[in-house]
Design a protein around this ligand. Sequence first.
Ligand SMILES: *[C@@H]1O[C@H](CO)[C@@H](O)[C@H](O)[C@H]1NC(C)=O
Ligand SMILES: *[C@@H]1O[C@H](CO)[C@@H](O)[C@H](O)[C@H]1NC(C)=O
Ligand SMILES: *[C@@H]1O[C@H](CO)[C@@H](O)[C@H](O)[C@H]1NC(C)=O
Ligand SMILES: *[C@@H]1O[C@H](CO)[C@@H](O)[C@H](O)[C@H]1NC(C)=O
Ligand SMILES: *[C@@H]1O[C@H](CO)[C@@H](O)[C@H](O)[C@H]1NC(C)=O
Length: 498
Amino acid sequence: MIFTTAYIVLGTLLGAQALLNSNLNYQSPSRRQEHAILSIDIPLVERRAWKRNPEEYALDELNFTHGIASGDPWPESIILWTRIAPTGESDKKQQGDVPLYYHDTQPYIDADPHPICLEWSVFKSNNGTAAKEAVAKDTTFPTSDIDFTVKSPLGKTKTAYREDDHLDKISLAVFSCSNYPKGYFNAYGNAARRQNHDHVVHLGGYIYENADPTGERGHKPPHVLLSLHNYRTRHNQYKTDPDLQLLSKDWAWIPTWDDHEIANNSYRDGYSNLDTTEVSFLNDGPRISVDQRKMNAVRAYFEWMPIRQVDLDDNLQIWRNFKMGDLFDLIILDTRYYDRSIADGKESNDYIDLIRYDAGRSIMGSRQENWFFRQLSESQDRGAVWRVVGNQVMFSHRIEDASGQMAGDDWNAYTRSRNRTLKHIYDKEINNNIFLAGDSHQNWVADLTWTGKKPYDPDSGDGSVDGRVERGRVKHTNLTFNTETNEWKVIGFEKMYL
Ligand SMILES: *[C@@H]1O[C@H](CO)[C@@H](O)[C@H](O)[C@H]1NC(C)=O
Ligand SMILES: *[C@@H]1O[C@H](CO)[C@@H](O)[C@H](O)[C@H]1NC(C)=O
Ligand SMILES: *[C@@H]1O[C@H](CO)[C@@H](O)[C@H](O)[C@H]1NC(C)=O
Ligand SMILES: *[C@@H]1O[C@H](CO)[C@@H](O)[C@H](O)[C@H]1NC(C)=O
Ligand SMILES: *[C@@H]1O[C@H](CO)[C@@H](O)[C@H](O)[C@H]1NC(C)=O
């Protein structure tokens, strides 16, 4: 075995004056210390510590209420996440000038006169048990000073293979659309108990921003999310779920966001229930702008998810690539927020049909699109067998009813983006591509073809560029598949939540 399994031990040290010099959200390895652009004007920030200064927390007030998590595995590093705090409450007020989509937490920790410090250690797996010597740990405090009275659960995680490692098999547990009030997260729990995957991929809908406040699992806060405090409170609630914690404790997650991490049917400049018009600003919600709401949600997301900031000059970027040995590249996209042209929604429901073929429309913006195509090419050039695209919304051509209606919120509303992608794939003869998608609450499988442009035999699958993904595994019965055109048609709709 070439991969390493790491055991995480977390403990706390109270009242120490020394400062943490690592960022728990997305350190390892990070050049952020050298990055002046990430600096913050501390005196302008209203610190959470002011509320309780000069009181220290007592040990019995503290708890690892939200478990431990790991994410974004690289061969040499991995993100470890936890939160130790007396309650799930967060500050209601934020002040100060910070960079756009700012999500550094270090300045807040540094500014706190009574930081709650964590001691963590990572041990290599020694045939299933933790080796004696830690391979990595925080060295800020001597071991003898550490009070382990508050001890987190012990977790496991797995770093990634090196890109030139030879692999025959790797298993991903893939999730999307985890809507807390709709039911228990058995899907998370069952995956954790089965233990037959290497990593967890979440394609978005990790939280839902809507109200849905009633019932045993009613949402907190009990209203639609808008402020930073709102988004933090919702993440806090989801992270208390025992099944979610179980699956987070022992596997590295590779998450991306879909619309509901911020708001329903989103694009670069709006959501289905809030857009940039004055009418919307005045009447939808308590006069919060689209951008302010997005900043709030993005900040909370980075605080609560074990995700790495891949470009230190671009706080909104979460599109990134994981090279999984010589077997595949896992290309994670953001087809929602980064630079997506208008989707159907408040102002555009009526005219999305008129613009879905416009050449200027893009589901991810030109910068990401160029990056995406380059990843596909480079993956092929380096000899990776597969390219797996972790994407939010359905890529395949799909009509919804007899009138030929198509979705206004997936790749079918961005047909030029899809054609440009297919052109790149076919022109460069890149085979073995799999597009994963969340969002639709249903299971679908389709060949990857450029219908109408490239030859394709629906019986044999010849002409598709998906490396012969096994067909006929669609579990949802209320669908028909037209083998002539390779199109799916929805004849009924049943929601399938986790
Ligand atoms: C800490 O968490 C444990 C496990 O969830 C719980 O039993 C305990 O009551 C919590 N303690 C506090 C102080 O919240
Ligand atoms: C690893 O542990 C298993 C039991 O857990 C044992 O059967 C096997 O012999 C061990 N392998 C080595 C190399 O020690
Ligand atoms: C999401 O947006 C779509 C498009 O506007 C709309 O049909 C749907 O009802 C919205 N869903 C929610 C939960 O707001
Ligand atoms: C995409 O490609 C197909 C096949 O060539 C073509 O029929 C369709 O018009 C193209 N879509 C756009 C928006 O150009
Ligand atoms: C979906 O199919 C099942 C089984 O054929 C059927 O019982 C159900 O009524 C259908 N639902 C819809 C919404 O058509």
